[in-house]
Design a protein around this ligand. Structure first.
Ligand code: ADP
Ligand code: MG
Length: 700
């Protein structure tokens, strides 16, 4: 991968010797910005462009370049790549598009590219991408002219789209952030987002990783890398809705994952998710500072009105504006003797016009253990205070470092001044109290998720009887049907997910002995009806044998009267679970991320409020507990309104075991325990219903 970022020589295919074309732009651009490696072109005509020689064949190049860039029509690429392979070129960037659309015979051009790459052991970026940039090296593969090539940047930027990537490179520069390296992935035929993430994680010159992605090719590998990464990762993942999915598919052939899965995986790996360019930039800015460890914030404001706005913004994010301690107030009195200001948080500095005092007060606030971060509103006139403000900024930067706490500065001045100061100052600056508070919230959330992630603990070692899964699956496949309720519950039991005591009967005639305790529930077991209540197939609270017998007869009767009656494979008699809160635990497979576990409360909480929590499976007990705490309905489990708290430990155990089962059995495509009735603390939880779907067997 290093060769893509630090090539000693580059050849561009499709560079014209006579007229300006994309290939020529790449060559000229690199020459102009000062790339020191060797540059060559290959085109249909021999010639010279600004001292760069254009050859007509790869074979005639005087050396073997580190990287070949293709800007020729798609159909020429495999042939030219072969020539590169013969020449010994191992790193290829295909900037040309139009690959997946083009097919010949029974396979596509992409197939040919991969075959050549395999034969010559080549690494390939693209197609349909703009390649990489290394600012320190002054090396740029994109076919666009860049003038400003700042060096010493520590940001690694990855973009699936060249257009968005280019605009974000310019955007970060406009906010005083220097990019260090850039990579566009395009269609990710071979190298994908996980390869680039891995590179940036290991790159000693990259401190922060930011990405624009439309889809994941190897979501699970990406997730595993991100989860082990200590550098902040900021991602804008688009392609959230069915409509954008359609556009993205033709744009960079991105396949969409369920967006809630992406959200869950990002939370789990402590990836900062953003939704647009400004959020992207602000997240990058704020994580360059020390992180906000808890929620306590001190607000200092040169304007009373902006102090109020800041208080509102803090309330929005649940920040605590704890009052200043008496020691601080005393200190304030020694710093500015004559002024009388209400010594409250937010502190209105309105009457003071002394930059030393601003810095001193800020330092006193940062010294206090009572605060985890500071919001400072700096309202100033650019004509008179422009210079002073810049000196002040430099002072703030030093204090942030000294006290290892974030200070989000809201600069309030005229537009022109703000643009200038934002562009020229590396220290993060925000332009509204809400924007600054939002940034602090990003910092706080990142710190929290990272702490949870790093403290997730170990996966429990469960013993799973996978043979049972295999046996039941083959039976289902053989009979071409879904798993029946009793089979699904049997699989659960084999994974340590103990359902309530039950007994299967084949028809409505009751056996002599029923080794269960009343009250009982009765359920239809049918290959045609996995939602039993919908067909009248569930009865609860049956008190005795007589009632049981009557219930079975009437259930059968009712079911047979349905227009298209479902098959009756039997009835399941179950002991009634004691009272509790109905939850559900489920799982499925995501095309990019693999096994995913979902938990939430049952009933309206899932149907109407969509209150669920998602993680990639398997999860540890700590992760399962975090899932629960994330639910809006969590207070109900904690025992809201005088109710006893529920046995969360039991629910955590069920979440973990279900996730382990799903992760261990690729054959299970979906599992659904609904409901899991969670009893009061110490009394466990009861699994009373389960549905399991298997992968359709592939016909050979
Ligand atoms: P389905 O989801 O197929 O309609 P369930 O087996 O989930 O059928 O039963 C429907 C509802 O009946 C459950 O949500 C639960 O409220 C109640 N129920 C079913 N079985 C039991 C049981 N053994 N103990 C307590 N309640 C039960
Ligand atoms: Mg159910």
């Amino acid at each position: 991968m290093e060769k893509f970022f630090s090539p000693r020589s580059i050849v561009v295919f499709g560079a014209s010797a006579t007229k300006m074309n994309l290939g020529q732009i790449v060559l000229l651009n690199n020459k102009q910005i000062g790339y020191e490696g060797n540059l060559y072109g290959v085109g249909s005509q021999e010639g010279d462009v600004n001292g760069i020689h254009i050859y007509t064949s790869v074979a005639s190049l005087p050396e073997t370049p580190d990287v070949a860039i293709f800007l020729t029509p798609a159909k020429t690429v495999p042939g030219l790549m072969r020539e590169c392979g013969e020449k010994g070129i191992t790193h290829v960037v295909i900037e040309s598009g139009g690959f997946s659309e083009y097919s010949h015979g029974d396979h596509t051009l992409e197939y040919d590219v991969l075959a050549v790459a395999k034969k010559y052991n080549m690494k390939v970026i693209g197609p349909n991408c703009v390649g990489t940039v290394n600012f320190d090296m002054k090396m740029m593969m994109p076919f666009a002219f860049f003038k400003n090539i700042p060096t010493g940047g520590r940001l690694g930027l990855i973009s699936q789209s060249g257009g968005v990537g280019g605009s974000y490179l310019r955007a970060v520069a406009g906010y005083g952030i220097k990019p260090g390296k850039f990579a566009a992935t395009g269609n990710k035929l071979q190298l994908d987002e996980a390869h680039f993430l891995d590179y940036f994680i290991k790159d000693p010159k990259t401190d922060i990783i930011a990405m624009y992605l439309e889809g994941f090719k190897r979501g699970r590998e990406f997730f595993d890398l991100a989860r082990g990464c200590d550098k902040p990762i900021v991602i804008q993942k688009s392609n959230r809705s069915p409509i954008s999915a359609k556009i993205a598919q033709s744009h960079t052939t991105a396949l969409s994952s369920d967006d809630s899965v992406v959200d869950g995986a990002f939370r789990q790996a402590a990836i900062i998710r953003v939704d647009d360019e400004l959020e992207f930039v602000n997240a990058i800015k704020v994580v360059r500072m020390p992180l906000m460890k808890e929620r306590r914030v001190a607000v200092l404001s040169r304007s009373g009105g902006h102090a109020v706005l800041t208080a509102d913004a803090c309330a929005k994010y649940g920040f605590e504006m704890v009052p200043f301690p008496p020691s601080f107030i005393e200190k304030l009195k020694t710093i500015y003797k004559t002024r009388v200001i209400a010594h409250q948080n937010p502190l209105d500095l309105g009457e003071i016009f002394d930059y030393t005092i601003f810095t001193d007060i800020l330092e006193e606030a940062l010294k206090l253990e009572n605060y985890d971060g500071v919001l400072f509103n700096h309202l100033y006139s650019s004509d008179f205070e422009g210079e002073m403000s810049r000196t002040f900024l430099a002072g703030v930067e030093k204090l942030v470092e000294k006290y290892a706490k974030p200070v989000c500065l809201t600069m309030i001045s005229d537009r022109e001044e703000l643009l200038k100061i934002q562009q020229s100052q590396p220290f993060p600056i925000f332009t509204s109290p809400l924007e600054a508070a939002t940034a602090l919230h990003v910092s706080r959330t990142y710190h929290e998720l990272k702490t949870l992630r790093d403290g997730r603990g170990k996966l429990p070692d469960y013993s799973l009887d996978l043979d049972m899964v295999k046996t039941i699956r083959s039976r289902c496949v053989h009979e071409q049907r879904i798993a029946l309720t009793d089979e699904a519950l049997t699989i659960c039991a084999s994974a340590g997910l103990q359902p309530v005591k039950d007994m299967l009967i084949k028809n409505e005639i009751l056996p002599e002995k029923i080794p269960l305790h009343y009250p009982l529930a009765v359920k239809l077991v049918s290959r045609d009806a996995s939602h039993k209540s919908d067909v009248g197939g569930v009865a609860v609270n049956i008190r005795n044998k007589k009632q049981l017998s009557e219930t079975l007869v009437s259930m059968k009767d009712k079911i047979q009267k349905i227009a298209n009656p479902p098959a009756i494979d039997g009835y399941l008699l179950q002991e009634m679970a004691p009272e509790g809160i109905e939850c559900f635990v489920g799982g499925r497979r995501d095309p990019a991320f693999g096994p995913v576990i979902v938990a939430g409360l049952g009933g309206i909480f899932i149907e109407i409020f969509k209150d669920t929590s998602i993680r990639l499976a398997p999860v540890t007990p700590n992760e399962a507990a975090n899932m629960m705490k994330e639910l809006k309905a969590y207070p109900l489990l904690q025992g809201a309104r005088g109710k006893k708290p529920a046995d969360c430990q039991a629910l955590v155990d069920i979440i973990c075991r279900t996730s382990a089962l799903l992760a261990a059995c690729p054959d299970i495509t979906e599992i659904d325990l609904n409901p899991v009735i969670v009893h009061p603390e110490g009394q466990g939880a009861s699994i009373v219903d389960a549905r399991i779907f298997f992968e359709e067997p592939t016909v050979t």
